[in-house]
Write a protein of this length. Structure first.
Length: 100
């Protein structure tokens, strides 16, 4: 013979609200200072390596302001991973979006 278990039914009041999930709010994203560059100078460069160096030098310090010692890695990843890397110095939103 199996032992019987008593299950108590828990009535839920229609006025009860489900528990609120607490979400942690992340700190606001710090805006990256947009670099001032001479776009015409960039466009006049024929060699991709020269353009990469130009853009990298322009975005490194603004990224460093926000991300400190990770700036070199972030800059390198952006230059390697973003096909339209020239947009990093011509569109502020594009830079911010790709850094964060």
């Amino acid at each position: 013979m199996m032992p019987t278990q008593n299950f108590q039914s828990q009535a839920v009041s229609p006025n009860m609200q489900p528990p609120v999930q607490q979400t942690s709010t992340s700190p606001p994203v710090q805006q990256i200072r947009f670099p001032e560059v001479n776009i015409q100078e960039l466009q006049s460069m024929n060699d991709r390596a020269d353009r990469l160096k130009f853009v990298g030098n322009a975005i490194y310090f603004p990224i460093n302001d926000v991300h400190g010692e990770m700036a070199g890695k972030i800059t390198g990843c952006l230059l390697d991973g973003v096909a339209e890397f020239e947009r990093l110095v011509s569109e502020p939103e594009f830079l911010t979006q790709n850094v964060h």
